[in-house]
Design a protein around this ligand. Structure first.
Ligand code: ATP
Length: 366
């Protein structure tokens, strides 16, 4: 069993604190992705788990062993980096077997493991080539092969796909997912790419300024972001975030935002939100559509808006709308007619898809 536990883990570089009281339990065979903007402490946390960076406080356990003072080679982890770190003078076969040779494993065992990993990763025809004679994707596969042959308890990936072009990145993402299904090892994966996080993770850890903002399944992180920061970071195009207020409205409570009609709240959340409060209203682009193209919505509310710009994307289109001083985005699937800028178009928004955040703290209210 290779669960990974982080307890109050801290990292300081002199006076600067890069990671604050990081607490996380990663289950055996779980695929966990750390995601967040540049500088939020993802790589530092991963490198502390790997033992490449000392921790300034707290405790790290791998497979119920405290590893704080163990060197990387004693932790039974394998790490795949973004620059692959292959030895240029060694063939694919030698690169993959290197760690096992250093560990003085018998020749037959090395050959057997290298062959198995090469088969799994589609590398058999490249075994005698040098890294220079491989494509970026093939090199990345060799780096993964080298990690697999060591049979680690935990795989650590640090932005492994960021040097690949968009198409290859998509293909390799699928391969990593399939690999995890076959190899069933605990994986901790760092990326700043939220699409990678959404597609690969069992659970996503969204980080900001060295702290955890939310740990949850991709579904929950997308549908119930814990804060305005997570709401704005996860989702492409990003969620529309609109400064608004809640107001008493007869027996009910509505959200009032410049340019919008009153948006009545579901009575079930009156208690959590309350009237007369500064809020940030979050609406995903998918929750807004021209009335004539809207599919079924749980709580539709009609309004009028000007379409200022249309971005056709083939199977879908983005519409930019002017609402008060805000510009908001609507995302339309399978647009049935040609869309163009147009004034005073009838739209609908799904009130069941409203996200509300405290305007001050950014914490989720509903
Ligand atoms: P990126 O996506 O850009 O790689 P990241 O989330 O992985 O970012 P880290 O590399 O973990 O971020 O860095 C976290 C913070 O710690 C940053 O502000 C960085 O400048 C700082 N930092 C990292 N290494 C050191 C170091 N050796 N000395 C001082 N500060 C450091």
């Amino acid at each position: 069993m290779a669960e990974v536990l982080l307890r109050q883990v801290v990292k300081r570089y002199g006076a600067f604190q890069a990671v604050h009281d990081f607490d996380l339990d990663i289950a055996h065979e779980e695929f966990v992705v750390f995601v967040g903007p540049s500088g939020c402490g993802k790589s530092t946390t991963l490198r502390m788990i790997a033992g490449l960076e000392e921790i300034s406080g707290g405790e790290i356990q791998i497979g119920s062993r405290v590893v704080n003072d163990l060197p990387p080679r004693a932790r039974n982890i394998s790490m795949v980096f973004q620059n692959y770190a292959l030895y240029p003078h060694m063939t694919v076969r030698q690169n993959q077997g290197f760690g096992l040779r250093m560990a003085k494993r018998p020749k037959e065992e090395i050959e057997e493991k290298v062959n198995r990993a090469s088969k799994l990763l589609g590398l058999r025809e490249f075994l005698s080539r040098l890294p220079a004679a491989l494509s970026g994707g093939q090199r990345q596969r060799v780096a993964m092969g080298r990690a697999i042959v060591r049979n680690p308890d935990v795989f650590l990936f640090d932005e492994p796909l960021s040097n690949l072009d968009a198409k290859l990145r998509g293909q390799m993402r699928t391969e990593i997912k399939k690999l995890h299904d076959k190899v069933r090892t605990t994986v901790i994966y760092v990326t700043h790419d939220q699409v990678e996080a959404m597609t690969l993770a069992d659970r996503i850890v969204v980080m900001r300024d060295g702290r955890i903002e939310q740990v949850d399944t991709p579904y929950e992180v997308f549908h119930a972001p814990a804060s305005r920061f997570v709401a704005g970071f996860i989702g492409s195009p990003p969620m529309n975030l609109i400064e608004a207020r809640t107001v008493a409205d007869g027996d009910g409570i509505s959200v009032s935002a410049p340019g919008w009609p009153a948006l009545p709240l579901d009575p079930a959340i009156f208690g959590q939100v309350g009237p007369d409060r500064a809020v940030t209203l979050g609406l995903r682009p998918e929750a807004i559509a021209p009335e004539r193209m809207a599919g079924s919505m749980a709580r539709p509310l009609a309004f009028n808006a000007d379409i200022t710009l249309v971005e056709p994307l083939g199977g879908e289109a983005l519409l930019f709308l002017k609402m008060g001083k805000d510009e908001i985005t609507a995302r339309i699937f399978r647009p049935s007619t040609r869309l163009a800028p147009e004034r005073d178009v009838r739209f609908v928004v799904d009130l069941a898809e409203m996200h509300l955040f405290d305007a001050g703290t950014g914490a989720r209210l509903n």
